[in-house]
Design a protein around this ligand. Structure first.
Ligand code: SF4
Length: 492
């Protein structure tokens, strides 16, 4: 703390804002407060009780005083959630926690990182059109990101990043930071995608179905139209003469598709209004939208031209269905070879139900992505680049709130993590604006010494006061950060 400040206020030096905080008040980010002249971190340090060890049932290693529990002992993992930060200078990380793990002396360097370079990647499981690639995503009228390349059955958003946090107006930065914070802490965020003439409102919340223009999405498509024909072709011969699976990307037609040929489905003279790719597969049958199969159509007949009178005949039966099986209609050709709507026969209804049953629930996935920068690494070691090399060399394991973090190849320590794998309320912010996210580096103490680590600040985990901490169970989806399988030296 700075001795020159007024005695009733203390200066927080946990981020560049450097708030002066009066007794009983909190700083601008609500993460730190002045309690009787002491700077305290308001959220509790979060500890995962992990690494429960299997006790051998009989034989080698069995102990006479074994009490019959198959699982024995717990191993705490100090996460960086609630740990505090040391930004923007070289001070050691808030916790450098040592413990022995299966005979190996390990250390976990624990710090909340202040990420000016960060954002989220959002995967929205839906066929519905939510915007063109590169359309701007806005929250409260401010641009916070854009639509990026679609994945199989999902739309993707790239949100945040330094350009929106710091490169635009002050309001853009503040709104972007707030939207990222809420998304990462699993809250719902309402966003508008695209310009006024083609705007879509989407409500995104990690682990929940998206709400698109007020409609809760329920199913993620089973596959593209062509794949749907391939998967379910055997359900249709004998019950119908042709099937069209309507899809914005690849519409499938049974009688022309390879799957139909294998089943000896004869031609029907059907004409699809779209660009033919390969037999039974058509692109661009309609415009993208929120109708059938991610197209803008509500009436599937709009994608059909006239039937070929040399092949088609009166009474021919046609099923048209979407890639989730949610929309379907059944037609029979009249004397003029025009499809007429009829009640759907029971076996065809069963096939629609089968398609829907094979669709997974639609959810939104939010992955935090950020770069561990210079000052954060300086809190770990006096030689920051050695930490980067150590991570690349698989001597140091990186986790975020104890959750597995994917470290991107190439330079720097750029991590990506599913926010649902992390403890709740793992994220905070500072008004610079930047997001505060937990990050832990776990390695052998010998490797930490070789890195130039702050060994003099290392404490045993038992010395870290558990009073007021939040204890959470280990997420079964995440691996144990201290598991030797994470490390290159495991084979020795
Ligand atoms: S914004 Fe928060 S972390 Fe930054 S100086 Fe103020 S209280 Fe401390």
């Amino acid at each position: 703390m700075n001795d020159a400040v007024k005695p009733e206020k203390i200066r927080c030096d946990a981020c560049p804002v450097m708030c002066y905080i009066a007794d009983g008040k909190s700083g601008a980010c609500d993460r730190y407060a002045n309690h009787g002249g002491e700077l305290v971190r308001l959220d509790p340090l979060t500890i995962i009780q992990s690494g429960q060890e299997l006790v051998p049932f009989m034989g080698e290693g069995a102990t006479e005083d074994w009490d019959g529990d198959i699982i024995k002992g717990t191993r705490p993992f100090i996460t960086a959630v609630g740990a505090g930060t040391t930004y923007p200078d070289y001070k050691p990380a808030p916790f450098i926690a040592a413990q022995q793990v299966e005979g190996v002396d390990m250390v976990t360097v624990v710090t909340e990182g202040i990420f000016s370079y960060c954002g989220v990647k959002v995967k929205i499981d839906t066929d519905r059109h939510i915007g063109q690639e590169r359309d701007i995503v806005r929250v409260d009228g401010e641009p916070i990101g854009h639509v990026t390349t679609s994945e199989y059955g999902s739309k993707m958003l790239s949100l945040g990043g330094v350009e929106h946090l710091t490169g635009g107006t002050k309001k853009e930065g503040r709104v972007t930071c707030d939207a990222l914070l809420r998304l990462c802490n699993r809250e719902a965020v309402t966003m508008v995608i695209g310009e006024e003439d083609h705007a879509t409102e989407v409500i995104v919340q990690a682990g929940k179905p998206p709400i698109i223009n007020g409609v809760v999405e329920s199913l993620m498509r089973v596959g593209c139209g062509s794949a749907t024909i391939g998967m379910f072709a055997k359900k249709w011969p004998g019950h119908v003469d042709d099937v069209v699976v309507v899809d914005d990307h690849i519409t499938g037609v049974l009688s022309e598709h390879e799957a139909g040929r294998q089943l000896d489905v004869p031609p029907t003279g059907i004409k699809i209004l779209g660009r033919r790719s390969t037999p039974g597969r058509y692109f661009q049958v309609a415009e993208p939208g929120t109708g059938w199969g991610g197209t803008d159509i509500a009436d599937p007949l709009k994608i059909l031209g006239d039937f070929n009178p040399k092949i088609a005949r009166e009474g021919m039966r046609l099923l048209m269905i979407s890639t989730t099986g949610e929309q379907y209609e059944y037609f029979e050709l009249d004397a003029n070879l025009v499809p007429q709507r009829k009640d759907m026969p029971r076996p065809l209804l069963a096939s629609a139900e089968l398609i829907a049953e094979n669709c997974e629930p639609s959810i939104c996935s939010v992955l935090f992505m950020g770069g561990a920068g210079g000052s954060l690494r300086a809190g770990v070691t006096e030689n920051p680049v050695r930490l980067t090399k150590s991570v690349k060399d698989a001597l140091t394991h990186v986790s975020c709130g104890g959750a597995d973090a994917y470290v991107w190849p190439g330079g720097g320590i750029t991590v990506m993590v599913d926010v649902l794998d992390m403890p709740t309320n793992s994220f905070g912010y500072v008004p610079t604006p930047a997001l505060v996210a937990p990050i832990e580096f776990t390695l052998r103490i010998s490797d930490y010494a070789a890195l130039g680590g702050h060994l003099e600040h290392m404490k045993s985990v038992d010395e870290i006061n558990a009073d007021g901490t939040r204890q959470v169970p280990k997420n079964p989806k995440s691996s144990d950060p201290m598991d030797r399988g994470n490390y290159r030296w495991k084979a020795r």
